[in-house]
Write a protein that binds this ligand. Structure first.
Ligand code: PA5
Length: 448
């Protein structure tokens, strides 16, 4: 038997003082059964399992088509790409772009990639229009259904802006749509206007779509290597396809369900010590929140970025209601090197750190917090990756998706639907006086 070494490693030692081994073994058995359900594709939501094979399904032709858009827009001198989408239609791309980009400098040789259509703030759109007005601009609009209000509003505005500035024909070459193969308003519009389009596969839900063009095109446009991302995901997939109790996804799914079910832990906090990963937490929150939070069940996914949040949320986590456990993302190698200098006067008293890397202080903060939080009653898991790069990001995307499928089956819910997301939409349409919602409008007006 070939054993594949997983790129993503899970360390459960920080939970061991809270649980009994025999309980963990029982949850591993349940996670292995859930692995079987996912593997046999016989579980709830099994028409949405296309994400499982994406790392090997995305072929050279599709990658070349995405790279052709990148090269075409480069030739047109595009400096700003506005990516319009919400939820699963933007969080994966945003996570990768934020993680891989320089935190402060604008990219060289690649356009700046910014995001819209993920809120209805007039100020946000107006300020983005200010930027687009002074930059050579193009736009990617992403909506699987093709009918979601937030991106549709933003697209109407930026489409008009591009058409006024470049004329209808040139504008149509600066717009790419990513949507359903056949249905929806965005598909109809794209066909009529002659936009280049990419397809969101029918069997891939929004929050599992980062390794389709939904995530890959914006990531490629931002100048990053999507081939490396897919190969990292493929490598992780091979490891997770091994049915074993040392499978990292089994371990993670088993422990989080054990802490929830037997110890009443209702909140999982994803902790990162690198602000570049704050958006990984946003992507993860949607993945787990929408997949598990239904039928009155689920672990509420929260996040903190340390050490900043030790000075805001630290007090609660240390001493507040004991409702949470933590999953700490541990990045083994820092991308840069900065050494703290010595100071002759030592007025700040920091000479004891002279010669140390800043990341060493970060690691000591992480270990200090680990012990303090465990002492304070907060179990801690660690999910480790080697470094922040395309390959490791591909691996961690795939790891969390796969573990989410297993975990939700252990919990006993369908991981792949999101019926609750519709509730607010009906009310919003009624309040906006959308034709057909008149009766609802009257009922709502009496309640608000
Ligand atoms: O995960 C999901 O299914 C959702 O978050 C959707 O991605 C989000 O609602 C956007 O939907 P659409 O891509 O249809 O505009």
């Amino acid at each position: 038997m070939i054993i594949f070494i997983t790129m993503i490693k899970v360390d459960l030692k920080g939970c061991s003082s809270f649980i009994k081994e025999v309980e963990y073994d029982a949850f591993v058995s349940r996670a292995l059964e859930a692995w079987d359900v996912l593997d046999s594709e016989k579980g709830a939501g099994n028409d949405f399992l296309g994400w499982k094979t994406l790392p090997v399904d995305v072929d050279d032709k599709l990658i070349a088509e995405m790279e052709a858009v990148r090269d075409d827009w480069k030739a047109r001198g595009v400096e700003l790409v506005i990516v319009i989408g919400i939820g699963g239609s933007y969080l994966g791309a945003r996570c990768a772009v934020e993680a891989l980009s320089h935190a402060f400098l604008r990219p060289e040789g690649a356009p700046q990639v910014v995001f819209a259509g993920n809120n209805l703030s007039e100020e946000y759109i107006a300020e983005l229009m200010d930027l687009a007005a002074v930059r050579n601009t193009a736009c990617v609009v992403i909506s699987k259904s093709g009918t979601t209000t937030e991106p549709a509003v933003a697209f109407r505005i930026f489409k008009e802006m591009l058409e006024q500035r470049y004329g209808k024909k040139e504008a149509s070459e600066r717009i790419v749509a990513i949507t359903d193969a056949a249905r929806g308003a965005l598909k109809t519009l794209s066909t009529q206007e002659g936009y280049r389009t990419f397809v969101v596969p029918d069997n891939v839900g929004g929050r599992f779509s980062v390794l389709t063009p939904v995530g890959l095109l914006p990531i490629a446009l931002a100048g990053f290597d999507i081939r490396a991302m897919l190969s990292g995901a493929a490598e992780e997939r091979k490891a997770l396809l091994e049915r074993s109790e040392s499978n990292a996804a089994i371990q993670y799914a088993a422990m989080r369900n054990l802490l929830h079910e037997n110890y009443g832990k209702a909140v999982e906090i994803l902790v990162t010590y690198n602000p570049k990963f704050s958006w990984l937490a946003e992507w993860w929150k949607q993945l787990y929140g929408e997949s598990e939070g239904k039928d009155g069940k689920g672990i509420f996914p929260a996040s903190v970025t340390n050490t900043a949040d030790l000075h805001s949320m630290g007090q609660f986590i240390q001493e507040g209601s004991r409702i949470m456990f933590e999953t700490v993302i541990n990045i083994e190698n820092a991308g840069r090197s900065v050494v703290i200098g010595s100071d002759a006067q030592n007025l700040d008293g920091l000479n004891f750190l002279a010669g140390q890397h800043v990341e060493h202080c970060n690691a000591m903060a992480r270990l200090g917090v680990k012990v303090a939080h465990i002492d304070g009653g907060v179990p801690q898991m660690e999910v480790a990756l080697e470094r922040i790069d395309e390959r490791n990001l591909g691996a961690i995307f795939y790891f969390f998706e796969f573990a989410c499928g297993i975990s939700a089956y252990v919990l006993g819910v369908n991981p792949f639907n999101q019926p609750g997301v519709e509730a607010y939409k009906k009310n919003m349409f009624a309040l906006l006086r959308k034709p057909g919602y008149e009766a609802e409008t009257q009922k709502l007006l009496k309640r608000i």
